[in-house]
Design a protein around this ligand. Structure first.
Ligand code: ZN
Length: 83
């Protein structure tokens, strides 16, 4: 069933830059969901649960093998903003 769903990968350099400081992934602290807020070190494709994945700055704990944004994509994003 899910084979037919096309994943869409969104890299928006302005958004990436704006949220580049801290990790936005949700974590549970004392039973409460809060943003992770650790320093972001890399970009990961994060599932927006609508079939799209967005390049998002995450901390070292939220880096996942196989879900990282390729450097090529980052350079393409920078080139798009400058052109
Ligand atoms: Zn994190």
């Amino acid at each position: 069933m899910s084979d037919g769903i096309k994943r869409r990968y969104v890299y928006d350099h302005d958004t990436v830059k704006r949220f580049a400081d801290t990790c936005p992934m949700m974590v549970s602290r004392g039973g409460e969901a809060q943003p992770c807020d650790k320093p972001a070190v890399a970009l990961r494709w994060v599932d927006a649960h609508d079939g799209s994945y967005h390049a998002t700055p995450v901390c070292v704990n939220h880096c996942r093998k196989g879900e990282m944004v390729e450097l090529r994509k980052v350079f393409e994003g920078i080139a798009d903003v400058r052109s």
